[in-house]
Design a protein around this ligand. Structure first.
Ligand SMILES: Nc1ncnc2c1ncn2[C@@H]1O[C@H](COP(=O)(O)OP(=O)(O)OP(=O)(O)O)[C@@H](O)[C@H]1O
Ligand SMILES: [Mg+2]
Length: 113
């Protein structure tokens, strides 16, 4: 089964995380520079959140993996993206119907490994 991980992390964590994800068996990653807020609405610890949300810079990673390595991959993200503070990020896991490698027409797991 294919699963998609969409996760939001702090930009400074990307460099070390990408190497660890390759070690965990990931064969491809798409990243985007995005802005977002979580439940503190972009306010730092100690600041009082109000209605004016602050969009903070985050990196979004999109990774499609074989379910077999999903657990390793999410554990790697949790370990390496953690800052010990609010705003370390969040991981969403989605089902994937199918994947097709355009060059070879392979589909399913063969398309991503
Ligand atoms: N429910 C959500 N839907 C879409 N994106 C989200 C959601 N929650 C968080 N994000 C994205 O993840 C980023 C990081 O979220 P964040 O780590 O602040 O989550 P949190 O739930 O507020 O946890 P914490 O209390 O540890 O800060 C946000 O800036 C936003 O881009
Ligand atoms: Mg937050």
């Amino acid at each position: 089964m294919l699963k998609k991980i969409e996760c939001f992390i702090q930009p400074l964590k990307l460099d070390s995380l990408k190497d660890a994800l390759i070690d965990a068996g990931v064969e491809g990653i798409t990243i985007s520079e995005v802005s977002g807020f979580g439940r503190q609405r972009g306010y730092a610890q100690g600041e009082k959140p109000n209605r004016n949300v602050k969009f903070l810079p985050k990196v979004k990673l999109e990774i499609v993996v074989d379910e077999e390595i999903l657990d390793d991959v999410t554990k790697t993200i949790v370990k390496l993206a953690a800052t010990g503070k609010f705003g370390s990020g969040k991981i969403f896991i989605l089902p994937v119907e199918d994947a097709i490698r355009i060059r070879t027409k392979e589909s399913g797991i063969s398309a991503i490994t």
